[in-house]
Design a protein around this ligand. Structure first.
Ligand SMILES: *Cc1c(COP(=O)(O)O)cnc(C)c1O
Length: 377
């Protein structure tokens, strides 16, 4: 493949030297789980988001689960309560909700932003609704005044699945306590899985919030349910973050803005260079800070998506689909979820993600665009 979808080693190449030094420092330090590297990673996340609290945890799914478990321990949510969630998301968002004994209630996507359609939120509310878990899918902010208004009106917690949008900013000011993802709602989950915009060399995640009780409870549950050693107030879990991953992430977090700016430039380049009547480009938001382009997702309507991918593969261009089967059509949820999500279903048939990582250069993007323009679909 001349233009592979992802060359993950390229995402780390600029940081290689710093990462090697950090790894040596951790090996020599004797602190391997938690400790000063994790504390400094948490401080960085606080200053990035403006949140009062950040807790480094094992991965993004655990970050989401811990937030919900903590709300249950605090009596704010109870098993059987409903959480509104975009139907168009990665399975982890749903898994976190159902794993905690809560009920995921899918809300269809806006076909333009591909994010949750906030005009549909209110009609899904029942007396058991306790929260909205919004997902900034592909790196685009999924939060607006309408979501904030519905949350306020019905007393719902807004939880951000911020696995894909670290560093994105909402253009809506003056609501929710902040403008950066991770500080738009009541609590947020981050993932630092190696393929994310800022990736560790293994699994890693974090929770951010301004709520001191929630922060304290998440931290305790993630550490066997103990605030003090051998005093277990919750039936907890082990979801702690390694010092090694934190040390590596501390290096990369300093370059977050540069990483996101690179992706924005590549997205603009695709949008300027692809001209094909059969290819629908993703919308560039009016305020470019609203998107950090974890994925650049085009749509190929008319049942031609698979042919598009095959032709590109023949021309040496790797592509991917995020996500081919939405959660409500996964066998693990068979018969248990609402399935009327026409926009999500259509997107699942039409979407294709093009290469946008560090391993794809500006020249590659121009070349890939030309290949796309020459396709007979
Ligand atoms: C990656 C991802 C997760 C899960 O994060 P992990 O660190 O892989 O557990 C959750 N939600 C979304 C939207 C993701 O992209």
């Amino acid at each position: 493949m001349k233009y592979p979808f992802l060359k993950l080693e390229e995402s780390n190449r600029p940081y290689m030297k710093g990462m090697e030094e950090a790894a040596c420092r951790v090996i020599r330090s004797g602190w391997y789980v938690g400790g000063p590297e994790v504390a400094s990673f948490e401080e960085s996340l606080c200053s990035l988001t403006g949140c009062k609290y950040a807790i480094g945890v094992s991965n993004g799914l655990d970050a989401l689960r811990l937030i919900l478990r903590a709300y249950i321990e605090l009596g704010e949510m109870h098993p059987g309560d409903e959480i509104l969630v975009p139907a168009n998301t990665y399975i982890a968002t749903f898994l976190a909700i159902s794993d905690t004994g809560l009920i995921p209630v899918g809300v269809d996507a806006d076909p333009v932003t591909m994010n949750i359609d906030t005009s549909l939120l209110e009609e899904h509310i029942t007396e058991r609704t306790r929260g909205i878990m919004t997902v900034h899918l592909y790196g685009r902010v999924a939060w607006d005044e309408r979501m904030a208004e519905v949350a306020r009106k019905y007393g719902l917690k807004v939880i951000e699945d911020n696995a894909q949008a670290i560093g994105a900013c909402s253009a809506v000011k003056g609501l929710g306590g902040g403008t950066v993802t991770g500080n738009l709602g009541d609590a947020a989950a981050f993932s630092f899985y190696p393929t994310k915009n800022i990736g560790a060399l293994g699994d890693a995640g974090a929770v951010t919030t301004n709520d001191p009780r929630l922060a304290e409870t998440v931290r305790a549950i993630a550490n066997y349910g103990a605030k003090e050693r051998y005093h277990n107030i919750f039936k907890g879990l082990n979801c702690r973050l390694d010092a090694l991953q934190a040390a590596l992430l501390n290096i990369k977090l300093e370059f977050l803005e540069e990483e996101n700016e690179l992706r924005r430039r590549k997205a603009r380049l695709y949008s300027e260079n692809i001209h094909h009547p059969g290819v629908i480009l993703p919308e560039l938001p009016a305020d470019e800070r609203e998107h950090v382009w974890h994925q650049y997702v085009v749509r190929i309507p008319g049942g031609k998506r698979n042919r598009f991918r095959e032709l590109l593969a023949e021309a040496g261009v790797g592509t991917d689909i995020h996500y081919a089967v939405p959660p409500h059509r996964q066998p693990c949820y068979s018969g248990t979820l609402t399935t009327f999500h026409p926009n999500t279903n259509r997107l699942a048939d039409e979407i294709v993600s093009l290469p946008i990582g560090r391993g794809t250069t500006d020249e590659d993007i121009v070349a890939i665009s030309e290949i796309i323009n020459s396709l007979t679909l």
